[in-house]
Design a protein around this ligand. Structure first.
Ligand code: ARG
Length: 662
């Protein structure tokens, strides 16, 4: 039962035939802020003043008169300027608790309007090791997949791996010139990773060598321009009129900004350059392989053109790379229905371009082919001058294929925010191409930062590898678990065997990484911190898992078998802590629906955190095993059971496992 949806429905019925366009008003029925005053509140009377020309309190009274809600709520109260306060009836609450308890889905109904949804997530570029940047797409996508599936949608996950891109040209070139055969025989993935990094470094070095003088010149120009601006605009000329002064300030800022921007870019570039220069081997390789970027592109072009040798390399390199990625997925407990990478669409690209040209959607531009879209300053390029196809072309072919295969109502792309423009152009092009009934969404996310507020990197400046990161999280989790055991020992309780401790550490460590990510608003950047993520207090997976384990342990210690075949009257809450907990438990379905409105799993973590805090307050106020009466003990044990199940289900929907004891 979705309480919010049910209440909103009653308001809808009250408005029908009386008020026009009432849907936005229905949205104003929401969970209350303070349990002292109400459980839910409707704030729709105030905005109705316009339409009805009556004082809001009178309107509120009229709404209440029309509202048929007495089976669910106590008589509504009108407060302040016209708020309608709703309080759920104790008997109704008790009935809902029993229904949720008896339901293996803990009261979450499946949708009446199932949709076919494709979720494109994780999608790493293979042939380079997975790094911290891949966490977000993988865990956010996985949880959106799990939640939609749980709600009864037809969900298809598709890992659109980058298995055909320029990185293959890089490793093919690297393999031809720098491979250590012995290392390759021992661990192809590691050696390919090394080759990728090595070629990348040479490319970076050569690029910086070229760019640095240019950057320095631009910094100087900006400095000159700034000097000139200051001379031409002495402080004494600053206008006093407000608008003009504002404009003056803006111009000044723009002139100064140039110096800062180029200054920072130059400083960063020259720091990177000096660091690379420390390696004599690198300088030597850069000299021996001039213009390596161009050469790697040529290798990629050869692969795409069907060159037999490069195709053979590709066929040899791909499987071990995929196997390595799969190991990470296994550890993260993430699976995909399909893994159709970029290479899968290779044959379809020419025909995509042809079709778009024939339909007059794409046309030549400076030798290339692009789609011109209204309200977009740049064309969406689908074929380069040299005939090569682009990332964009593959994405269009993918849309076409998915449409043929699955006719999705919705397609989500869980990809970082730097690709926003790509997706804007892609979706607009797809619409023009005829896919105008599909709801395409870019579920974008921010960057994972280090302590210094910059993208999270190793000390050497490389991206942090995902496997090492998971190992470290598990190591920290082990530290936390060991501390818990010390406490147990001190309190004379049983210490768990070594094998169990290691298992708990693995579960807790992986969960910590996932939860830390999911609990952030996806659109913002967040600072990665091992210490914070495994903390036993606060909004962390560890705290949630602990809360679950505590509940399970109470249930275990009670020695009773949980049986929900009871009369609703036995579940009537007697204490405000019980009541608040009960309402929170029953709000689980509405939270899941809320998560999907804008694809924000952090709304679920926030809910679970509130739930865990309420449980903690409930234990304080309401002894369970030592309850005063048998009836009280039974009711509280059943509440504990429902808490444990909602926590487990909720965490499960985030891809997080629980442990029975901690
Ligand atoms: N492989 C791409 C990258 O690493 C992400 C792919 C996202 N999915 C898509 N259909 N474009 O940047």
């Amino acid at each position: 039962m979705n309480i919010l949806a049910t209440l909103q429905d009653r308001f809808r019925q009250a408005f029908e035939g009386w008020i026009e366009d009432y849907e936005p008003l229905v949205e104003l029925v929401r969970p209350g802020q303070n349990p002292k005053f109400c459980d839910y509140q409707a704030n729709c009377a105030m905005p109705m003043k316009q339409q009805l020309g009556q004082p809001p309190r009178e309107i509120a009274a009229e709404i209440v008169k029309r509202l048929e809600i007495e089976d669910i709520c106590e008589p509504p109260e009108i407060a302040g300027p016209g708020f309608i306060n709703l309080r759920l009836k104790e008997s109704w609450l008790a009935e809902q608790l029993v229904a949720a308890g008896q339901d293996e889905r803990v009261g979450v109904p499946t949708t009446e309007t199932p949709q076919t949804v494709i979720i494109d997530y994780s999608s790493p570029n293979v042939a380079k090791p997975m790094h911290v940047g891949h966490i977000r797409s993988t865990v956010i996508g996985d949880s959106l997949y799990r939640i939609r599936k749980f709600l009864g949608h037809n969900v298809i996950s598709d890992n659109h791996i980058g298995d055909w891109g320029t990185q293959f040209g890089m490793i093919i070139y690297g393999y031809r010139h720098f491979v250590d055969q012995e290392a390759f025989a021992k661990s192809p993935v590691e050696e390919l990773g090394r080759l990728y990094q090595w070629v990348r470094k040479i490319m970076d070095y050569q690029a910086l060598e070229k760019e640095l003088p240019d950057l320095q010149a631009k910094t100087e120009q900006a400095q000159v321009a700034w000097q000139k601006w200051q001379e031409e605009h002495p402080e004494s000329d600053k206008p006093t009129e407000k608008k003009a002064a504002k404009k003056w300030k803006q111009e000044r800022k723009a002139a100064e900004q140039g110096v800062t921007n180029f200054g920072v870019a130059t400083k960063e570039a020259s720091a990177k350059y000096s660091k690379l220069k420390e390696s004599a081997n690198l300088i030597q390789a850069a000299e021996a392989h001039p213009n390596i970027a161009q050469k790697t592109l040529e290798e990629t072009a050869k692969l795409h053109a069907g060159d037999a040798e490069n195709k053979r390399f590709w066929e040899e390199f791909l499987p071990p790379c995929i196997a390595a990625i799969e190991e990470v997925y296994e550890r993260l407990d993430v699976t995909f229905d399909h893994t159709l990478g970029e290479s899968f669409y290779h044959d379809r690209l020419p025909q995509v371009v042809e079709d778009l040209k024939t339909k007059g959607i794409a046309k030549p531009t400076e030798g290339a082919i692009g789609v011109f879209l209204p309200e977009q300053d740049i064309p969406f390029l689908i074929q380069k001058k040299d005939g090569a196809f682009l990332y964009a072309t593959t994405d269009l072919a993918t849309i076409q294929y998915r449409q043929e295969q699955w006719q999705p109502d919705q397609v989500l792309y869980v990809v970082d925010h730097r690709q926003s423009q790509h997706f804007e152009l892609l979706f607009a092009t797809a619409k023009k191409w005829g896919y105008d009934e599909t709801d395409f969404r870019h579920v974008s996310f921010g960057t994972v930062l280090g302590d210094d507020g910059r993208p999270f990197k190793t000390r050497a400046g490389d991206a942090v590898g995902l496997e090492g990161l998971l190992d470290e999280a598990v190591r920290r989790a082990r530290g936390v678990v060991d501390e818990l055991m010390v406490k147990k020992k001190e309190e004379g309780e049983e210490v768990f065997p070594e094998s169990e401790l290691q298992e708990i550490a693995e579960t807790v460590g992986i969960a910590a990484v996932k939860y830390a990510d999911l609990s952030q608003s996806r659109s913002s950047d967040y600072v990665f911190s091992y210490d914070k993520m495994v903390a036993t207090k606060g909004n962390t997976a560890t705290y949630m898992q602990y809360s679950y384990a505590r509940c399970s342990s109470i249930l275990r210690k009670s020695g009773e078998t949980i049986d929900w075949q009871i009369e609703p009257s036995e579940m009537t809450c007697q204490d405000p802590n019980e009541r608040q907990l009960a309402i929170k438990l029953l709000q689980f379905p509405e939270v899941l629906n809320l998560v999907l409105v804008d694809d924000r799993p952090n709304l679920l973590t926030a809910y679970l955190f509130e739930l865990a805090k309420l449980v903690s307050a409930f234990y304080e106020a309401c002894p369970v095993l030592k309850a005063d009466t048998e009836a009280e003990r039974k009711r509280r044990l059943l509440l504990c059971d429902l808490v444990a199940r909602v926590l487990k289900t909720g965490l499960g929907l985030l891809g997080i496992s629980v442990v029975k004891r901690m």
